[in-house]
Design a protein around this ligand. Structure first.
Ligand SMILES: [Mn+2]
Length: 446
């Protein structure tokens, strides 16, 4: 495209502070601001996805696209469209001023009549992406392969009853893993796509689990073979598009990985709304992943509590997100991961600038959550109260139990002798909730 797709935005979007009423300025996100001794941008490592924002026309199951995305026009040569899309996407990324982006193979590059043609299309598009990256300084947070849109994947990819589909998916992941390596991606994500089932009447659960484990071993082997240093990530989700997705939630995926000796090769990409759909808080999923050393990256898009599907909305609640960011900071922060906006505009948000308003608001929500979480860490109140709660386990009785010196006989004998007579103590939940709120409300004073 010769002309700008977002002519009304000069870019990069500036930081203007809370007193500014400029809708095209950040109110909180200030990339170079130091938080706990580290740049805000380096804490958050924000990325934008190319699929929902540039490859989705705003369609839903009841209606066709509402967005102006000229490169999606079916009458256009798909490779011409692919390049136009990249021009618009990198104009957006560059003007927004974020460091990272993410993409699926099929969302940037069309499928050809043969796999060889598909591969040639992807190679050409990856060449163009490399050029845009060199020009703008943008980096790839992660790449992934779309193993769910084409009809061949209707019954899953790795878990398909037909091994030819498994083989086709393997070829596609090999290709996209190598493209991600070439673009120096920080991670590679395997989202479960359609790895799940619609009905148990035609499904062999044990067989499908074994197939999925084999697939993930093949991917890890190829990663080492080509020397890719990024992190392999699995993204838990409980349902949609299938009735039951195998990567249900953090606990399920960790159990699966350990059962198949894959826990050393994979970490988790956690999405806010996938936690909601699984019946968990996002804080729970983050805390559980961190407690197992398995947190990889975050998809910051949220759902809607009044419905049960994946709305992929932009984050807008500091109250909720700050608790998850607190867990991340307490766990040492993100390493190769980041906060990706796997987010969709609402279907009526059809102005070009709506894409900016959505991302600016989401990024400011993340930045404010970071400030609140950092204040919770700095005050030390939460850590101190939690440590006090478990203090008995550092004293002789607790230590003797954990170290295996005290069996049931010993413990029962001491209880019988009246040496041990525990008194209930307060969990102080409301006090703790007040501590959190005070830090959220005060975070901007620092
Ligand atoms: Mn996601």
């Amino acid at each position: 495209m010769d002309r700008a797709f977002f002519p009304d935005v000069k870019g990069p979007v500036p930081f203007a502070g809370l007193d500014s009423d400029d809708p095209l300025a950040f109110k909180v996100y200030e990339p170079d601001r130091l938080v706990l001794g580290k740049r805000m941008a380096d804490h958050l490592r924000i990325g934008v996805c190319l699929w929902h924002s540039f490859s989705w026309p705003g369609s839903d199951v009841f209606g066709s696209g509402t967005f102006d995305r000229p490169w999606l026009d079916a009458r256009m040569d798909p490779m011409v469209g692919a390049h136009e899309r990249l021009d618009a996407a990198f104009e957006f990324l560059d003007k927004l001023g974020v460091p990272f982006f993410c993409f699926h193979d099929r969302d940037v590059s069309p499928e050809g009549r043969t796999f060889a043609e598909t591969q040639a299309n992807l190679d050409a598009v990856v060449d163009a992406i490399a050029g845009h990256m060199a020009r703008t300084g943008l980096r790839l947070l992660w790449g992934t392969a779309n193993l769910f849109s084409h009809p061949r994947y209707a019954a899953g990819a790795a878990t398909n009853p037909d091994p030819e589909v498994f083989a086709f998916a393997a070829a596609q992941v090999k290709s996209m893993l190598e493209a991600t390596h070439r673009l120096d991606g920080a991670n590679y994500v395997l989202w479960g796509g359609r790895e799940g089932y619609e009905t148990l009447l035609n499904t062999d659960l044990a067989r499908e689990e074994a197939q999925l484990a084999r697939f993930l071993h093949l991917v890890a082997e190829h990663k080492h073979k080509i020397g890719f240093k990024g992190t392999l990530l699995i993204e838990p989700k409980p349902q949609e598009p299938t009735k039951h997705q195998y990567d249900y939630d953090v606990a399920t995926v960790i159990g699966f990985l350990e059962r198949h000796h894959l826990e050393g090769e994979y970490r988790l990409n956690l999405e806010v709304n996938h936690a909601t759909l699984a019946g968990h808080s996002f804080q729970h999923e983050v805390a559980l992943a961190i407690s197992h050393g398995m947190l990889g990256s975050v998809d910051a898009n949220r759902g809607d509590y009044q419905n049960g599907w994946d709305t992929d909305q932009f984050p807008n609640s500091v109250d909720e997100l700050s608790l998850a960011v607190f867990e991340i900071l307490r766990g040492g922060g993100l390493t190769t991961g980041g906060f990706n906006f796997d987010t969709k505009l609402r279907r009526q948000s059809m102005d070009h600038d709506d894409l900016f308003h959505a991302h600016i608001g989401g990024i400011d929500t993340l930045a404010q959550s970071l400030l609140a979480a950092a204040a919770m860490i700095e005050s030390g109140d939460l850590e101190r109260l939690r440590s006090e709660r478990y203090a008995g386990w550092t004293r002789p009785l607790g230590a003797s139990i954990l170290e295996g010196q005290a069996g049931l006989d010993t413990l029962a004998g001491r209880v019988l002798a009246g040496e041990i007579d525990p008194r209930p103590v307060s969990g102080r939940q409301e006090l703790l909730e007040n501590v959190v709120n005070r830090q959220i409300w005060a975070a901007n004073r620092h």
